[in-house]
Design a protein around this ligand. Structure first.
Ligand SMILES: Cc1cc2nc3c(=O)[nH]c(=O)nc-3n(C[C@H](O)[C@H](O)[C@H](O)COP(=O)(O)O)c2cc1C
Length: 328
């Protein structure tokens, strides 16, 4: 098995962490990348759309496929399909997703309320899988039922190779602050490696989360959107003790252009324009006139036009002139 310790993960994010974005983050230093969550039922039913979510790029180093579901047999069948048809390094089971549709079916974070079923799922999947099986959990379902340490211990005993903990409850969704103390408690309880997740945004927070939790690795989600540099800067920080790399607005747009070109190759121009909008709104964050730029981007529906606009934007940013206004 690959060593999961000392790694920086890109978090699975449905609607964002497709192959093109995972490749970009890998090029900027993400050691581990995970697919968007994939339905075990859909995999078993042979959905081609679902299978499309599982292709990886050459640049990705350690590759995880995340599956969700609540039926141990279906989850095990999905794991068998994965290993027959795909190349990857580990299977991650989603026990943290807060989305009502999943929770109502007893999937995602609802499994934290049902440790015996969660245990059976991990046992069955680990039994059929030749690759390591990890689980991604939250702090608990709600403040009244915080159980990450005990729950994670059960997962370990059921055969999980490592556990990722997002320090928020299901009820919190993404609000409030992630609780890193609970991650420390999970770490103290387990023998297997623990990956800390939630509110790690830069080198300083990465350093603090290691200090507080004693975790083996860290996982970055939202801070990577429009900002793949976060991986490079965190690594640079740990190597040199400080971060030297500064990200200037024109650099962001240059990378966004390359990202958009890759999206066009991978998904076709029409789909690429639609998909690019959500990513570009993160890439332009913090740039002067960001709201106007976003608005303009959202009104462009041709790839060539979008590329032209982005090239002009780079040009104007590079010149450090504020004639962005004139272009809008
Ligand atoms: C848009 C979005 C989609 C997400 N999709 C998934 C998912 O498919 N599977 C999963 O386990 N977590 C998912 N998450 C949760 C993240 O993996 C991560 O746990 C969370 O964002 C906290 O980390 P952060 O503070 O670094 O963003 C998603 C989060 C966001 C913002």
């Amino acid at each position: 098995m690959f060593d999961i310790r000392g790694k920086v993960f890109l978090a699975p994010m449905a609607g964002f962490t497709d192959k093109v974005f995972r490749r970009l983050c890998s090029r900027f230093g993400a050691d581990v990348t995970v697919t968007e969550m994939v339905s075990s039922k859909a995999l078993v039913l042979g959905s081609t759309k679902t299978k499309e979510l599982i292709s990886f790029s050459q640049e990705e180093k350690i590759r995880g496929v995340q599956i969700f579901g609540s039926d141990p047999e279906v989850m095990a069948q999905a794991a068998e399909i994965l290993q027959d048809e795909f190349e990857y390094d580990f299977i991650d089971i989603n026990m943290g997703c807060p989305v009502p549709k999943l929770v109502k079916s007893g999937e995602g974070c609802a499994l934290m309320k049902n440790p015996s079923l969660a245990s059976r799922i991990v046992e069955r999947v680990a039994k059929v899988s030749r690759k390591p099986v990890s689980v991604k959990i939250r702090k608990g379902f709600d403040e009244e039922s915080i159980n990450a340490p005990e729950f994670a211990y059960i997962l370990q005993e059921s055969g999980a190779s490592f556990v990722t903990v997002h320090g928020r409850t299901r009820k919190q969704l993404y609000s409030g602050k992630a609780d890193w103390e609970i991650i420390r408690k999970v770490k103290e309880r387990l023998k297997i490696p623990v990956v800390a997740n939630g509110d790690i945004t830069d080198f300083e927070s990465a350093k603090r989360v290691y200090e507080i939790t004693g975790a083996d690795s860290i996982m970055i989600g939202r801070a990577a959107l429009g900002n793949p540099w976060v991986f490079l800067q965190i690594k640079e920080g740990f190597e040199k003790g400080y971060v030297e790399t500064e990200v200037l607005p024109h650099m962001k747009i240059r990378v966004a252009i390359e990202f958009f070109r890759q999206l066009c190759i991978e998904k076709g121009e029409k789909m690429a324009v639609l998909e690019a909008r959500k990513h570009l709104s993160f890439f332009v964050k913090g740039i002067e006139n960001a709201a106007k730029i976003r608005d303009k981007i959202n009104r462009i529906d041709k790839a060539t036009e979008l590329l032209e606009f982005l090239e002009e934007l780079v040009f104007s940013l590079e010149k450090k002139e504020s004639f962005v206004d004139n272009m809008l």
